[in-house]
Ligand binder design. Structure first.
Ligand code: COA
Ligand code: ZN
Length: 327
């Protein structure tokens, strides 16, 4: 369903920095700091926040405090608090800690699934179907993130039929949302338009999220291609941090505040408070102990003009003097 009128669609922004971003940070971020950042993000008008992941602490040590973080945050009405889970144990922990949504993860690449989740894709499907059945009995909503949809760094392109086939199996089982994930930034705009358009045509009722990484500098242009194909929900990470520790060459997500800055400039209605988001992004370098890729946080918004230097009048006078008296 391509956009045909001039009315720009409302876009929903889903923050994943405290999960996709923090999961690969080498330094453990103290639990209280994670909670403080999520509480600040909760006031930014985001539709969803992926708070953490309930994975094995042996696999993702950086998020070993998932239970305390989810229990410790101050929730704001209107924000959906979601948690990534790979298996039933993770789902039980996330539900006990009060998650609104479970974000189940499986890779569309067999190789990446084995590396990331230590099981075949079919084993993952079987385990995640158990999670779906559990969730249906408890009332939490369900999203499935399909990794490497736009290409696997080890296998190469993943056929569209494979991606849509996994989406269909989960949607038929009762999952509300699907995220098409470009785990290592292998997508380009034509591919995004093709896959998202095909998804929209086949599953018009499903909630579709596009999860982009900016690994090769195409994050924002891919987001625009997604909007052309009918996408109105994006995962993004504050400061552009992120990357899957089990995917070679993975780097950060499309940057939340850069994406919002672009979409607001283009006139897309959205509820996000960009100045608040920028303030949160600017707290990241100190929190993480290193700089982050976000650009608007460094450059300022395009409309934030710099003061005119006091020397301008003298420059103008000299310039006018030289043009009126060229000899
Ligand atoms: N939460 C906490 N502990 C968990 C767990 C979960 N969700 N799932 C498994 N465990 C524990 C088990 O209890 C077991 O502990 P023990 O050794 O003390 O008995 C141990 O982890 C191994 O369990 P097993 O079922 O054999 O898992 P595994 O070693 O095959 O790992 C996953 C499978 C899926 C749990 C693990 O690979 C994982 O958590 N991966 C997450 C990857 C990820 O998030 N990647 C980035 C996002 S795409
Ligand atoms: Zn990701």
């Amino acid at each position: 369903m391509a956009q045909s009128s001039n009315v720009k669609p409302r876009i929903h922004i889903q923050e994943v920095g405290t999960r996709d971003g923090f999961q690969s940070e080498p330094r453990f971020i103290p639990t209280a700091d994670k909670i403080r950042l999520i509480d600040a993000l909760s006031l930014c008008g985001l539709s969803k926040i992926e708070v953490t992941s309930f994975t094995s602490p042996k696999a993702i040590l950086a998020l070993a405090d998932a239970d305390e973080v989810l229990r410790g945050i101050k929730r704001q009405p209107g924000v959906v608090y979601t948690s990534l889970v790979p298996n039933l144990k993770g789902a039980e922990r996330a539900i006990a800690a009060g998650t609104d949504e479970l974000n189940l993860t499986i890779s569309t690449s067999e190789t990446h699934n084995l590396l990331n989740l230590r099981m075949t894709r079919e084993q993952s499907v079987a385990r995640l179907f158990e999670v779906v059945d559990l969730a249906k009995a408890t009332g939490v909503t369900l999203n499935v993130s399909l990794s490497t949809c736009f290409g696997c760094p080890m296998e190469g392109p993943i056929p569209e039929a494979v991606v849509l086939g996994f989406a269909e199996r989960f949607l038929n089982r009762g999952v509300e949302g699907i995220s098409l994930c470009d785990t290592t930034g292998m997508a380009h705009p034509d591919r995004v338009r093709q896959l998202c358009g095909a998804f929209r045509a086949r599953f018009p009722q499903a909630q579709l999220t596009l999860h982009l990484h900016n690994t090769r500098g195409m994050g924002l242009v891919n987001a625009l291609a997604g909007i052309e194909a009918g996408v109105d929900r994006f995962d993004a990470s504050l400061g552009g941090i992120g990357g899957c520790p089990y995917a070679p060459g993975a780097t950060g997500n499309v940057c939340t505040e850069d994406l919002v800055h672009m979409l607001q400039a283009l006139g897309h209605p959205m509820d996000v408070d960009l100045p608040r988001l920028l303030a949160a992004a600017r707290s990241l370098p100190e929190l993480l102990g290193h700089d982050v890729p976000g650009q608007v946080m460094h450059a300022g918004r395009a409309q934030d003009l710099h003061p005119i230097p006091g020397s301008l009048e003298a420059i103008r006078e000299r310039a006018l003097g030289s043009t009126s008296n060229p000899g």
